[in-house]
Design a protein around this ligand. Structure first.
Ligand SMILES: *[C@@H]1O[C@H](CO)[C@@H](O)[C@H](O)[C@H]1NC(C)=O
Ligand SMILES: *[C@@H]1O[C@H](CO)[C@@H](O)[C@H](O)[C@H]1NC(C)=O
Ligand SMILES: *[C@@H]1O[C@H](CO)[C@@H](O)[C@H](O)[C@H]1NC(C)=O
Ligand SMILES: [Fe+2]
Length: 675
């Protein structure tokens, strides 16, 4: 009797190929079911069936011995004789245990959502529920987790790109990355027609009119760039850019003039309204500072055979009663002295404009290398590597993080082999060249504080959120809050208590890897080294998602807009910072700004980086299977609603602005760092 029942055990197995056009394969797929008690015989699927895109193949399988509970599905690709070996993108496998009558009893879904290759050998999928390691009761599944991490730790190793900066992935080219982490950036193509042909013009621009002509051809539909070109010399626009330009991360409120800035109250007196003083304005909270100390001592590049120059300026700004933020004092080097004058708005027009331009050039270096590369690209890569090495796929945080960091390895490998390599744009055209990059990034890493990456802390520390025209700050706070709620709910769903966070060994290894490899064990930076509470964990994960999505959008989307009119953000300066006042004319400015071909190569690069991708995935519009049902689905729906209402708020606010702030529209934020 018993024997008969066992003979009747039967399973229906359904294999789903992903719908994308290249997902299908000619290969055969070997399927084995693994239960708690026994392993089924292996059967070959593909004789008479085709794994075409979007197809579903169903087979029946009768084990000889009862399997017990289904725990794993083992797949293996084998070459079909006479056909090429194509990778297969499997979406999922369903396994249904059939009752005696052949009716389905219960179905388990085994998510795959990955590329499988013949070279992989056996690949074992587990069913769709996510677990932390402590909830794992079966040894076979504990082993499965451990094995997956072992394989990944072998595949994704840490490597040093430059001493003192976050470590990166040990891969020199994209082939090693494999299909799971690769993507194609499909773009409609960018028109570089009017930036080409200047390749060997290693000479100064001969007039501002020539620059205007170049600009007219290249800014055709860019309303923001045109606004920049019209207002770049104006003090309030200089201040506006510190709040809402491509690098809104440097400005901070100060309670005193930095001791190394040779500014006196008398000097600044004329710029305050009747009866006010520097002291009173400080107390009112309306004095701000830009400090590019991080650039001090960074060696400058050699461009077209000529020495270039960098400065490490300090700039004081005043938020006046009309609501304009204006620069009131600029000192170009950190150490005060007779050869380091403090420029003020009442200096001659060329002196003051040149001083502001030096600040903008310093900002260009810090924007590209620190705000953009370090704080979004490198941070994303660190978290991606740690996630691959320390969290198995079945871990709840792997699921929520991977969609945001998945593309960082590819884009950063590409950046290291092109933009940041010998002969690349930094080497050929930017003030901070290959040698300078390493020094600047090392200094910036030492100065990178955890608080500065967490939006509410950062804005509080810098005192900029309360300014009514601080649009980056307003929008960033809203997006952060929405992400933080989502992540906290996610963490609540999978961790019942603080101690379950504390006891999750995989999670602790993850943050330890990030701290020691990514942030080089620098304790003064305030980065967490372990998680004791759900709150600490939620904050950290929010920070990672924000940096890879919203922050990247704020510093990336904006770069062409604010840099296309080159004098607004020169990438290099060809003469040393002035050591006295009254020595330059407007005409001299052109002999200080970048050469013609260096200008065009920077603009061409920025244009290339500005191509919208055809497969752009907006913020948190997850395409992964895991988000399509159960708690993840509910949480994502709630988040989407909130993002939608943020978007409506932004539209309302922008309606009244001369220059709308568009970069943090949730639907314009890309879900990961892909360019
Ligand atoms: C893609 O992911 C699957 C499942 O984790 C893995 O077996 C396979 O080796 C991966 N492929 C590559 C090339 O990394
Ligand atoms: C600019 O032109 C000079 C001289 O022809 C050339 O050596 C240099 O590589 C060019 N620079 C760029 C960025 O194209
Ligand atoms: C980067 O900015 C450009 C616009 O300058 C945009 O087209 C592109 O999609 C942005 N990329 C991301 C990942 O936000
Ligand atoms: Fe980028």
């Amino acid at each position: 009797m018993c024997y008969l029942l066992q003979m009747e055990e039967e399973y229906q197995v359904t294999l789903r190929t992903s719908p994308s056009p290249s997902a299908g394969t000619y290969n055969l797929v070997l399927v084995t079911l693994i239960g708690t008690r026994n392993v089924s015989p292996t059967i070959t699927v593909g004789d008479g069936q085709t794994f075409t895109p979007g197809s579903v193949i169903t087979i029946r399988l009768q084990p000889e011995k009862p399997l017990g509970h289904m725990v794993l599905v083992r797949l293996r690709l084998e070459r079909r004789p006479g056909f090429p070996d194509l990778d297969w993108h499997c979406q999922w496998v369903d396994v249904t245990r059939l009752g005696p009558s052949g009716a389905g009893k219960s179905t388990d879904r085994f998510h795959c959502d990955k590329w499988l290759q013949t070279a992989d050998g056996d690949v074992e999928l587990r069913n769709g529920h996510v677990y932390t390691v402590n909830e794992e009761s079966l040894n076979i599944l504990k082993n499965h987790r451990a094995q997956q991490l072992q394989t990944r730790q072998h595949l994704f190793r840490w490597c040093t790109f430059a001493e003192g900066i976050p470590r990166c992935v040990d891969m020199r080219n994209l082939q090693h990355l494999g299909p799971n982490l690769s993507y194609t950036h499909q773009s409609p193509g960018v028109n570089l027609q009017y930036l080409r042909g200047f390749g060997d013009y290693a000479m100064s621009w001969s007039s501002l009119e020539d620059l205007e002509l170049l600009f007219a051809y290249n800014s055709q539909e860019n309303i923001i760039a045109k606004f920049v070109q019209a207002h770049w010399k104006e003090d309030p626009f200089f201040g506006y850019q510190c709040l809402n330009g491509c690098n809104p991360l440097v400005l901070r409120r100060v309670q005193q003039v930095p001791p190394n800035m040779a500014v006196t109250a008398d000097m600044l007196h004329p710029f305050f309204s009747e009866g006010s003083s520097l002291q009173q304005e400080m107390e009112r909270g309306s004095i701000f500072l830009l400090d590019y100390e991080v650039l001090e001592g960074v060696p400058a590049n050699l461009i077209n055979g000529k020495q270039q120059y960098l400065a490490a300026p300090l700039c004081l700004l005043h938020y006046d009663h009309q609501g304009a933020l204006k620069p009131i004092a600029i000192q170009l080097q950190q150490t005060p002295g007779p050869q380091n004058p403090v420029f003020i708005p009442s200096d001659s027009e060329p002196d003051w404009l040149l001083a502001k331009t030096w600040v903008r050039c310093a900002d260009f270096q810090c924007h590209q290398l620190i705000s953009h590369f370090l704080r979004t690209h490198l941070l994303g890569e660190v978290c991606c590597i740690a996630t691959l090495r320390q969290l198995p796929e079945i871990h709840p945080l792997y699921q929520v993080l991977m969609p945001h960091v998945r593309t960082t390895l590819q884009i950063n490998i590409q950046a290291r082999t092109s933009l940041l390599a010998p002969g690349g744009v930094f080497d050929k055209s930017i003030g901070c060249g290959l040698e300078g990059i390493k020094v600047l990034l090392r200094r910036a890493t030492e100065r990178l504080h955890y608080r500065s990456l967490c939006v509410p802390d950062d804005l509080e520390d810098r005192g900029v959120a309360a300014l009514p025209n601080s649009y980056y700050a307003q929008d960033a706070l809203k997006v952060w809050a929405a992400l933080h709620r989502f992540v906290s709910d996610w963490v609540d769903t999978y961790y019942t208590s603080d101690s379950s966070v504390h006891q999750d060994v995989e999670l602790q290894n993850w943050i330890q890897d990030i701290f020691s490899q990514g942030f080089l064990g620098l304790t003064h930076t305030g980065f967490p080294q372990s998680f004791k509470t759900k709150m600490e964990l939620s904050k950290f994960v929010t920070m990672v998602i924000f940096a890879c999505t919203a922050l990247h959008a704020a510093v990336n989307f904006s770069q062409l807009d604010f840099n296309l009119w080159m004098p607004n953000s020169p990438a290099t300066m060809r003469r040393p910072p002035p050591q006295a006042k009254g020595l330059v004319t407007m005409q001299d400015l052109l002999s200080i700004l970048p050469d013609v071909n260096a200008t065009c190569s920077v603009l061409a690069t920025l244009s290339l980086l500005s191509q919208p991708s055809k497969d752009f995935i907006p913020l948190c519009q997850y395409r992964e299977e895991y988000f399509s049902s159960g708690p993840p689905k509910r949480l994502v729906e709630a988040l989407q609603k909130e993002l939608k209402s943020i978007s409506i708020d932004i539209t309302k606010r922008n309606r009244f602005l001369e220059l709308p702030y568009l970069y943090l529209y949730p639907e314009r934020i890309e879900n990961s760092v892909a360019i």
